[in-house]
Design a protein around this ligand. Structure first.
Ligand code: BG6
Length: 491
């Protein structure tokens, strides 16, 4: 299984958007940083009739739009000869037989192979079966790995079926289920903030933390993805994967090592300790909403009830988190792009400094800014100068761009693709993890289909979401803290 034998990366869905926008720009960067294996073939498989040259030109056009920096012709001309195209269908074994022949011709002997499924879930099973039937999953002197794009199923049942299907022909260690949030530097930095320091962890529990807010707000609407989005909605698109992943990283116990199984065991423990939101509790703990004008978007049904925004209140039933609410929200067409985790600490037990009537001590806040303006800010109270006992909130700030330079953060896919090539699955979701996440989401979606649902609310495009989401927190005596948090960022 050495690095000296060739490595072939086969991208299924090669003529699609993801390949041009994310995968090839990431492989290109890895190639230029000399991180890809020396003897490399990238073979695109797809429906569209392309010659190798046309495929290269299509990717070249994509790179000119999406590459993270202005590359030279020479850099492109070094990379381009590694790219090939193979036209074929997904449900037809003949196409796979021809692919096998093409790969053997390129590899001339044993080789490692990474199969990347940039295709809709409905065609994963046929693709996997055809790869297996044509002996392309057999490890004969080189490894075989499969990267599976999201969505991984549409509910618990379909995710289970998909896992069963994969496990018939692959072992779990060969399967890399992608959640691109885990490839983000700032998402990995949640673990580093918590476990590479000693000062936060002693406070990271119900004794000191009042509540946790996770916001993944997007400024964009559904754009040209209306057809896909209308069938899934915000909970399948964002909560089942990205937001629950953020919950696990913020809430997990420290694993004994940064190793795939140790890490994922702890994440699964968090998910299994989440108190299910189901039946009648769904109406109390969730909000769903659609932005005004969504039904006029391209490929969206005129009477669609698909939510483009959701808010959710969760509890984790373990010693660390008992009684601490986790408030999650995500939506399209909101005020601005803002992904953040706010840890709100408890207020001091005693207000020993006199406060103006009606004022409360301000709680400390640790804000992990995942994007944009990536960084970490800590808000605490200081004495206002030239007063007897007035306090003022002040911030300690870390910005990635300042500390590491403006271009320090690579594209999330770059890290994940490299990890898959190196056989490190720590930042990929394991079978039990993905199923556990669905088991938390399914009952919410089911209740939303019945009369126990909260009604579908509406919000203005460009707003912070519906007023119902404010009510979700105000019944607990809290409020969403984006304004205070963005104030910290602006200062
Ligand atoms: C994707 C969703 O997984 O994540 C999209 O399908 C969403 O709807 C995107 O826009 C958000 O990712 P990011 O990296 O822009 O926060």
């Amino acid at each position: 299984m050495s690095n000296r034998i060739p490595t072939s990366i086969v991208i299924f869905g090669a003529s699609g958007d993801l390949t041009q926008r994310k995968l090839i720009p990431s492989f290109f960067n890895l190639f230029l940083k000399r991180k890809t294996p020396k003897n490399l073939n990238i073979v695109g498989y797809g429906w569209t009739p392309f010659t190798h040259e046309q495929f290269r030109e299509h990717l070249h056009q994509g790179l000119m739009k999406y590459a993270s920096y202005k590359f030279t012709d020479e850099e492109w001309s070094l990379f381009a000869p590694h790219l090939y195209y193979h036209q074929g269908k997904y449900d037809d074994q003949a196409g796979f037989e021809k692919l096998a022949v093409r790969l053997s011709t390129l590899e001339e002997g044993s080789a490692n192979r990474l199969y990347y499924m940039a295709i809709p879930p409905s065609i994963f099973p046929a693709t996997i079966s055809n790869l297996n039937a044509t002996q392309q999953l057999k490890e004969n002197g080189g490894w075989r790995r499969v990267v599976v794009e999201k969505p991984f199923g549409t509910d618990l049942r379909s995710a289970r079926e998909l896992n069963i299907h994969l496990h018939k022909v692959l072992n779990e260690k060969q399967v890399y289920r992608i959640d691109h949030y885990l490839g983000k530097e700032t998402v990995q930095n949640i673990l580093f903030t918590r476990f590479a320091n000693t000062i936060f962890e002693p406070l990271w529990n119900r004794n000191y933390i009042d509540s946790v807010q996770i916001t993944v707000a997007e400024e964009v609407g559904v754009g040209h993805r209306g057809g896909y989005y209308d069938g899934v909605g915000v909970v399948r698109d964002m909560f089942q994967n990205h937001l629950l992943q953020l919950v696990t990283l913020a809430a997990m116990e420290p694993p004994a090592s940064f190793n795939a199984d140790a890490l994922r065991n702890e994440k699964v423990k968090v998910l299994s300790a989440v108190q299910p939101v189901n039946g009648k509790s769904v109406a109390y703990n969730t909000v769903r909403a659609q932005y005004r004008g969504y039904r006029d978007e391209m490929d969206v049904k005129k009477d669609s009830t698909t939510p483009t925004y959701a808010a959710l209140r969760l509890f984790i039933n373990n010693w660390r988190w008992q009684g601490v609410p986790f408030y999650l929200r995500s939506g399209k067409n909101m005020t601005e792009k803002q992904t953040q985790i706010i840890i709100r600490f408890k207020e001091p037990p005693l207000a020993m400094f006199p406060l103006p009537p009606g004022n409360k001590m301000t709680a400390n806040m640790l804000v992990l800014y995942l994007q944009p303006d990536e960084g970490v800010h800590l808000r605490f109270e200081a004495k206002a100068p030239d007063t007897v006992a007035e306090t003022r909130s002040v911030d300690m700030e870390f910005h990635y761009a300042e500390a590491f330079g403006p271009t320090a953060i690579p594209e999330a896919y770059e890290r994940l693709l490299l990890d898959a090539l190196q056989g490190d699955a720590a930042l990929f979701t394991r079978a039990d993890e993905v199923e556990m996440a669905w088991s938390l989401i399914d009952p919410i979606l089911k209740a939303w289909d019945t009369d126990q649902t909260p009604p579908l609310a509406e919000y203005e495009p460009g707003s912070w979401g519906p007023s119902e989401a404010n009510a979700l927190l105000s019944k607990d005596g809290r409020n969403w803290m984006h304004e205070e948090a963005s104030h910290m960022l602006d200062d």
